[in-house]
Structures are given as C-alpha cells and as structure tokens.
Design a protein around this ligand. Structure first.
Ligand code: SF4
Ligand code: SF4
Ligand code: SF4
Length: 325
C-alpha cells in the first residue's frame, strides 16, 4: 500500500535540530562523516544517496540554509508591475521558514513516503544533469554547467524569466520577484526576479570540503566523489543489496544517484508532488531531438520579451542621445 507521510511529522525532527543549533547537530555526527574530505581533482563529480540510511531528520536542510543564507535574494518592494499582467509575482521573502518544498530560500527539502510499510526519506535538490536543459536553453546564458559537473545559475546575469524551470524535468529552480538585474533594465517588460537552486557548494568543494548538507548528515547518507567511482559504487550496492537506482539514466544522465530499497515507480506514486515538490518518475532525455519543436514553442514568448527588451533599450538610448543634443 502506498501513502504520503505527513510533513508535520518530519517537521518535529527539524524543530529538534533547530533547537540544538548546528553545533548540536554536528556533535551528533560520526567522526568518519565529519572528517570526510573531497579530493580536488577537477574531474566530474557525482553524489550518491543511500536512502536506506536516511532518517529524515532535516540536518542537511538546516546546514544548506545556514551555508547559503548570505546568498538568498533580498527583494525590493513594491515590485514593478509586469507587462503582460499574466506574469506572476512569486514572493517567498516573507515565508523563508518554509522547508517542506523548494523555494528561493530553501534549496533542499526532504520528501517522504511509505511504500509497502517502509518509510523512505528522499533529500531533494537540483540533480546536476550531465546535459542540462536549464543551462542549454537559458537565453541569457545565466545558467551554466561547470567542468566538475555542477550546474549553477549566475544571479548577477539571471533575469528571472523562469525558462530554466519550464525546461527542467523536475521544475527545480525557484523564482523570487523583485531582486536581480531586471530591476536595472526594463523591469516591466523582461524578467521578473532571480532563479535560485542548489549550487553544490563550490567554495567548499574548491577547498576539498564536502558540501554543507553532506557534512551535516549524522547518518552518512551522501557520498560525493569522481563520477566514475560513484557510479561504480552505486551500481555495486544496487546489485549486492538488491536496491533500485534513480538518476543514472534520467534526463540522459545526472550527477545525483539515489539508491532506494523500494522501486522508484512505487515511490513516484507515493510522494506528494506539485510546485517546489518534484516527482520521481522516469525521465527521458529532455535535450533529445524529438523535443526540439517543443523547445522552440516554449522559448517563443521569451524571444518576444527579448525583442521588447532590445527595442526598449534602443528607445532609451535614442532618448538619451536626443537629450544630449
Ligand atoms: S535538475 Fe533541472 S535545474 Fe538541475 S541541472 Fe537538471 S535541468 Fe537543470
Ligand atoms: S550541495 Fe550545498 S547548496 Fe546544494 S543542497 Fe547541499 S548544502 Fe545546499
Ligand atoms: S540525508 Fe542525513 S541529514 Fe538529511 S535528512 Fe537524511 S539523515 Fe538527516
């Protein structure tokens, strides 16, 4: 029997970690986990998550929030009125405490479900795809795939048009209106804020440290390392323990591999999905040729916005030249 777990049950554990503070959570870590280091090799890196170990405590979520607090958007209010008016305001700035889904202020959350009487907790964030549509199709070049396989959004360039979310099979990036470059350009015509998601802690990784969420885990759920080694480890564990893998084939391959003790088809049917709560269904390669027409249609409105932006910028330049005589 499949059922979705009440997130409030998990919240009480999160509240415990909040009460302890990060220092308290770290004190619970096994020595091995705290001492773990990441070799700085410049190779493509992948993360492996053994879901059979995850207790859904939320220490990783809390660690991510602390690590990235200084990078969260600080919007200016009131927000510019957008044209066309159907462009939605998305404002999470007064709901920063929400941790039961992805938001611009919460880049990792714990999805939980019970399958065949077994409770499974799944830390969810960007999958860091090998051929990421968010980066390939961002018209402004704000999203990019780094040499180590991390997919990151440059918030200094992002206009918040949310095409990265439209083309992501898990709709991962989250928009905050009223922040970012669009405010300095044509705030009513193009963009609508900045997009936010897991950036895989590049400052820590560059120093040979594990990402904050990995280091904080008291159960050693996550392992990160060179992709080839991680894939071999994941496959061997799935074979030896009879588990199920997700992320190896999805979207043509990702750098986030989940090992579950129950089939992902069952988990996919059991987890709660919706905005900020990605599903777990099998995902075909989004950048495959059969999808090209769909992308052309999806990007068409943006081409219009880009045209409006350029034409507005030209008019502004014209006015400036006129006034300069
Ligand atoms: S999961 Fe979505 S946001 Fe993350 S790299 Fe893949 S396409 Fe981009
Ligand atoms: S890798 Fe860093 S940014 Fe990504 S979920 Fe973990 S702590 Fe957050
Ligand atoms: S991954 Fe680790 S820290 Fe995160 S919820 Fe699971 S057990 Fe807790």
């Amino acid at each position: 029997m499949l059922k979705t777990i009440d997130p409030k049950a998990r919240f009480s554990r999160r509240t415990l970690f909040k009460a302890l503070g990060l220092g308290g959570a770290a004190a619970l870590l096994p020595e091995r986990s705290r001492a773990a280091a990441l070799p700085v090799t410049g190779q493509e890196l992948a993360t492996f998550l053994d879901l059979s170990k995850c207790i859904g405590c939320g220490a990783c979520v809390e660690a991510c929030r602390v690590e990235n607090a200084a990078r969260y958007p600080e919007p200016k209010k009131p927000f510019p009125k957008m044209y066309p008016e159907r462009v939605k305001v998305e404002d999470w700035s007064d709901k920063r405490a929400v941790d039961t889904r992805l938001t611009p202020y919460n880049w990792l959350f714990i999805q939980s479900a019970a399958v065949d009487g077994r409770e499974v907790h799944i830390p969810r964030r960007c999958m860091h795809c090998q051929n990421p549509p968010c980066a390939n199709l961002c018209p402004w070049g704000a999203a990019a795939r780094e040499a180590d396989g991390t997919v990151a959004i440059n918030q200094d360039i992002c206009l918040g048009g949310a095409k990265c979310r439209d083309v992501c099979p898990w709709s991962i990036p989250q928009r905050q209106t009223g922040a970012g470059l669009y405010l300095d350009l044509m705030p009513s015509l193009a963009g609508n804020g900045v997009m936010n998601k897991c950036r895989r802690c590049p400052e820590r990784v560059a120093q040979g440290k594990m990402p904050a969420c990995i280091e904080a885990c008291p159960q050693g759920v996550q392992t990160m390392g060179p992709r080839e080694e991680i894939v071999a480890q994941a496959k061997a564990m799935a074979r030896n323990n009879g588990g199920f893998l997700y992320g190896l084939e999805e979207n043509g391959g990702t750098n986030t591999l989940y090992l579950s003790p129950v089939p992902f088809e069952k988990l996919a049917a059991a987890v709660k999905t919706g905005p900020g709560q990605p599903g777990l269904a099998a995902v075909a390669d989004v950048m495959g040729t059969s999808n090209r027409l769909a992308w052309a249609v999806l990007l068409a409105p943006l081409a219009g916005a880009a045209g409006a932006l350029l034409s507005g910028a030209r008019k502004m330049m014209g006015r400036k030249e006129d006034s300069n005589g």
